[in-house]
Ligand binder design. Structure first.
Ligand code: NAD
Ligand code: TYD
Length: 348
């Protein structure tokens, strides 16, 4: 059985990738390595936890001794690396956590992978998952392509950019066989309610204010998380070594327009009078260094690998809302404990 390590598989995107690989590839043994930070949750893996080709390992990618021993024990032939600190607002208050996990953690994985295969990389692959935020901010026009220069603005995007550079450098210096993808904003089930979409769904359910940063005219390119997982599957199997692929939804929305659409869907689902949830919109102090616009040109992955998003934004958003309304226990679990103090610091 081919042993594949997926890091961060108890988080939002990682849990969808783990589920896809465990169910689609019985010939692989999937090891899910996750430290279970506030963002990691084993409930996200509950449906596949007893699968014979699945093993969960609790551990920290920053711990080089532990990582080296794990790679020596299991001899992973493939790595799909998603573990990260992922929230821009948290990176503004605690940048060092991002340096440790996103930079040091990634280099630890690269070193362990390089050591066990000792330049004999035939049939091996290291897949690093990154973000479009490394490219910085666009003005009103233009799209990020794979050759756009890196220009990160937040500690989060700077740490991801740094990790991307290390992955490329290991490819050049040690011929480590990597693929790298930079994806736009994801949304969907199992998303921790600190990011825009799940935070606002949770607040609408609870009749709490919807804190829109600045004037709400910031633009993001939104992709349904399962479409990201499907793209990761394609790139892992068919992507070319030492290549970057941009992944995006061809789906730009100003925050305020997205929030209004979400309010309309939620009013319908909750049986509220149209316009009720919009009254919760509250403009709050802007995020420092807030990037104006992200938009991805995903034509390379489309042309080379045939990937295209499978759902429209309206369909994906409705599926997402339905998931949260059907999983109130999940929401309740993740919003107890640390969440309350995070929320107080961030918004009060
Ligand atoms: P997430 O915050 O939901 O999950 C991250 C997971 O990593 C959690 O399960 C957490 O417990 C784990 N983790 C954190 N630090 C760790 C450590 N030191 N050791 C081991 N595990 C650790 O993040 P996400 O939104 O699922 O993002 C996953 C990846 O995709 C990240 O690399 C992120 O940069 C990238 N990405 C995210 C988006 C997005 O919109 N969410 C878009 C593009 C790229
Ligand atoms: P977020 O989901 O944090 O993703 P990212 O910053 O990685 O793009 O934020 C998406 C957009 O929504 C971004 O422009 C910031 C904005 N935003 C708000 O207006 N209010 C909020 O409470 C949050 C969390 C985000």
């Amino acid at each position: 059985m081919k042993k594949i390590l997926i890091t961060g598989g108890a988080g939002f995107i990682g849990s969808h990738v783990v589920r896809l690989f465990v169910t689609k590839y019985p010939e692989y043994h999937i090891y899910n390595l996750d430290m279970l930070t506030y963002a990691g949750n084993l409930e996200n893996n509950a449906d596949i936890q007893d699968a014979p080709n699945y093993t969960f390992i609790k551990g920290d990618i920053v711990d080089a001794v532990f990582i080296d021993a794990l790679f020596i024990e299991h001899q992973f032939e493939g790595v799909i690396h998603l573990a990260a600190e992922s929230h821009v607002d948290r990176s503004i208050t605690d940048p060092m956590a991002f340096v440790k996990t996103n930079v040091l953690g990634t280099v630890n994985l690269l070193n362990a992978f390089k050591t066990i295969w000792n330049n004999n990389f035939e049939g091996k692959r290291f897949y690093h998952i990154s973000t479009d935020e490394v490219y910085g901010s666009l003005g009103a026009e233009g799209l990020f392509t794979e050759t756009t220069a890196y220009d990160p603005n937040s500690p989060y995007s700077a740490s991801k950019a740094s990790s991307d550079h290390f992955v490329r450098a290991y490819g050049e210096t040690y011929q480590l066989p990597y693929v790298l993808t930079n994806c736009s904003n994801n949304y969907g089930p199992n998303h921790f309610p600190e990011k825009l979409v799940p935070l606002f769904i949770n607040n609408i359910i609870n009749n709490q204010p919807l804190p829109v940063y600045g004037d709400g005219n910031y633009t993001r390119d939104w992709l349904f998380v399962i479409d990201h997982a499907l793209a990761i599957d394609l790139v892992f199997h068919n992507g070319k070594n030492h290549q970057t692929y941009n992944i995006g939804g061809f789906n730009e929305w100003k925050n305020i327009d997205l929030v209004r659409l979400l309010c309309t869907i939620m009013d319908g689902k909750l049986g509220r009078t149209p316009g009720t949830s919009e009254q919760l919109i509250t403009y709050v102090k802007d995020r420092p260094g807030h990037d104006l616009r992200y938009a991805i040109d995903a034509s390379k992955i489309n042309k080379e690998l045939g990937w295209t998003p499978s759902v429209t934004f309206e369909q994906g958003l409705e599926k997402t809302v339905d998931w949260y309304l059907n999983n109130t226990q999940w929401l309740h679990h993740v919003t107890s404990g640390e969440y309350a103090s995070y929320y107080k610091n961030q918004y009060e």
